[in-house]
Design a protein around this ligand. Sequence first.
Ligand code: IVH
Length: 700
Amino acid sequence: MEEKAAKIRIDELREILRENSRRYYVDNAPTMSDFEFDALMHELEGLEAAFPQFDSPDSPTHRVGSDLDSPLGTNAESGARQGFVQRPHRYPMLSLSNTYSIGEIEEFAARADRALDGIPFSYSCELKFDGTAICLTYRDGKLVQALTRGDGVQGDDVTENVRRIAGIPQQLRGDYPADLEIRGEILMPYEAFDALNREREAQEEAPFANPRNAASGSLKLIDPEEVAHRGLMCTLYHIPAESVTFDSHSQALDAAAGWGLPVSDERRLCRNIEEIKAYIDHWDQARKFLPFATDGIVIKINELSCQRMLGYTAKSPRWAVAYKFKAEQACTELLSIDYQVGRTGAVTPVANLAPVQLSGTVVKRATLNNADQMALLDIRVGDWVFVEKGGEIIPKITGIDPEHRSADAERPIFPDRCPDCGTPLVKAEAEAKWFCPNQDGCPMQIKGRLLHFVSRKAMDILAGEMTVEQFYSAGLATTAADLYAISKYQLLSLEGWQDRSAQRFLDSLEASKQVPFERVLYALGIRYVGETTAKTLARHFGDIDSLAAATQEQLLEVGDVGEVIAKSIWEFLHAPAHLEQIARLRAAGLRFEGAGQDVAVSEALAGKTIVISGNFSISRDQMKELIVAHGGKAGASVSAKTAFLLAGSKPGPEKLRKCEKLGIPVIDEAAFRAMLPEGKQPGAPAAAAPEPAVEELTLF
Ligand code: IVH
């Protein structure tokens, strides 16, 4: 590869990896599978090795992915203010180098042999638990501190939350050391994960994609009492060698088990690569019967003296390696292929499958990514295909079973025109996807942009796919600004709309005018500007005019904004049509300024944890924001610490019963609003009981 091309690819990979690392560690909502992430990381490592002039100490290849939220950030799950103090780790909390290849495990063993040059040693083989890392400190046998990994140097202090996790002793027993630091993983067993997602769906909250995200999100809940209800567990697997006097890792963990700490029984000492392979083979199958998620095997040199000799790189120990299992697969028949046009115009082939069970859910649709991927797989309708779930909920097709191919199976033809508006598709050289260039006229793109704008994480307006379709077909809205001009009269002329649903929609529109600038920026749908980048930009520039006035060089000064993102932002904010849109949205009263920090509107609810249940005049997320804006906390479940239950129409009977049992007051929306200072309340005062949410956004 040429030097110039390498530099572009290196920048691009760093951007992709940073963004996805944030989605994984901070938002707990990855959009890329671990396998893809690891493959891109390896590609970057290779390029940096080949072009050392472009290597940089802050490259993701040299840094541990960080779970630290930005200062004053919000908890992605509850919308509450992030309340964790960050504290330094005594010893850096590192990551593990990982591989999907047995060959590389053999190389690891051979390297260790060479480096230890005849010194006898063994391997401790363990499960690689798929949760979120934790570091516990015990002083005089008492649990005094629990830190998340954070950026490896400092972590979030989640001690009070960790005290609520079953199986973590507050007090050690036996002959424990006076000062002990021990590390491990917080996990959410499958059963608790399923129960939590059922509850979230019943409450119209987005389900967690997998137990890892659920564990990590739960560990960072603001209210420790809520953590207690999440069914988390812990397993400990590492005592920093600097802090103990044992000869080996396995002795240290055996001792920890004796002090009452939760240590896995599935550890085995292996003498050679054959025994390691046997351990891997066993757990590749047996892990399917474990009650919690694992994503591989960790192989550690057992003798602490040998570990000390091998030492560390900036990111991981040289004495350990992780062998990762490939994601679970299912095999099923490909029935047909749809071509979906997204809001950016990208055309994505989507497979319709014969329903098949995969990791606990029935899969009927899967993405094929792009035309190149289809060609690579040489896929035909009627083929039997392998489906995998990555980090996200949407599964993907990773291969075909050639044995099952029938002679007359036809190769699908990727459309050369937009399946929606018929415009010839285009492909930029560096892009894997085909695009419909008809941005202003393609109905799918127009509707996709509207859907993005109204979505919960953007403006949180009560409208889903059906409503957007109605508005578009009736000629009421093609752009976001049009939404703010829709009248009640126009709504009532649409099929199925009644006074109450129309009022609810208009109230949510009104409430959206209080949505902070950072979310408005995200709602605009600038390519590559996800929630986190929007937040960073809002904090850096403060208002849309300063952002629009920034040169590409100035944009590049913002943390994590690389050339691709800078160009995209600059182009978006220099297109006359977008500027006109922004002017109209501004005239409608949307917020285009403010650092988006969660400054309380009042302190009326300070110190109160409030649980909400049922439907209100505004969405539940907006109600939680309202609570937080007035200094309160939004709790998920009723406990003795709950100040009161705020009940809308149709509150959950379970929550009501619990309130009765604990003597917790239940108040309605009107009484609640009466507690807040006037003039600082988005949404309408509760009138008649509103109808349930119109519909939810569902892609698959
Ligand atoms: S040992 C110095 N052992 O995997 C490194 N880590 O991808 C000490 N993990 O950050 C870590 N199971 O959160 C170790 N049996 C195990 C593990 C394990 C899961 C996690 C850990 C680590 C990550 C690296």
